[in-house]
Design a protein around this ligand. Sequence first.
Ligand code: GLY
Length: 283
Amino acid sequence: MQGVVYSGVMALRCTTAIVRSVPNVFVEALRLDGSQAVVLEKAKKQLTHYIETLERCGVRVVTLPSDERFPDCPFVEDVAVVIGARALVTRPGHPSRREEVGVMREALKLLQKAPQIYEMEDPEACVDGGDVLFTGREIFVGQSKRTNEKGVQCLAKTFPEFSVTSFPVRDSLHLKSLATMCGEDMIAVGGDQEAMETLNRMKSQAKFKYEYVQLDNNAAANVLLVNGNVFVKPGDEIGHNNYDILKKRVKGRVIDVPFSEFYKVDGCLTCCSVLINQEAVSG
Ligand code: GLY
């Protein structure tokens, strides 16, 4: 399998997204704080809107069927890391999520131009894709409760053309609960102490230079960059001050994507899709 290695904004382009429908059991999804009940019908409507928004950005969307055995199955980002022409099918850190990978593996194989699929050979290695932040130039990985050192080594082996740097993630679910790409060489970062520590580590350890957009709320820092468009949660979900900062600083088109029901179970805008650039895959 030959592939084209892009870097910078070209490496973040996507032609195709894999998403997964919301099961009824989604109301029982894993969460750090169980204080707010998920409204199932609202979650289903929010995912439909998310899919339609991806399509409006020129992305072909493959929707996998939900599975009532897996409450967290809409969070597809955690089960595959796709960069360029390679896809790593992960071993998610939480045992209840391990079997979610099967349908993703098959979906990747069935793509018209399928990326080369890599497996995590080391049985002790764990990675949740939510911990993998690809900037277009290098890979940052959160070592969280879901992603371990052996998982970081596996990422480095799978994507040898990119530098891999890991940071501890102690309290939040994933690295991308704290920071995400909001433009070319531009990273949105949340506001709590852990986000600040992560920001400082990124600034000192990154191999490339980035512009950082600091927000005062971690929920605001998870945005989804799709071909120059930036999906953000509306002001009533992330605070109008943060919304205004993103509107001002982000260079692409900002699109409101309500996501309240997913956030109640630690889901973010990046969590619900695996973005793939089929132009990077040849053959
Ligand atoms: N609810 C998302 C996760 O814990 O994996």
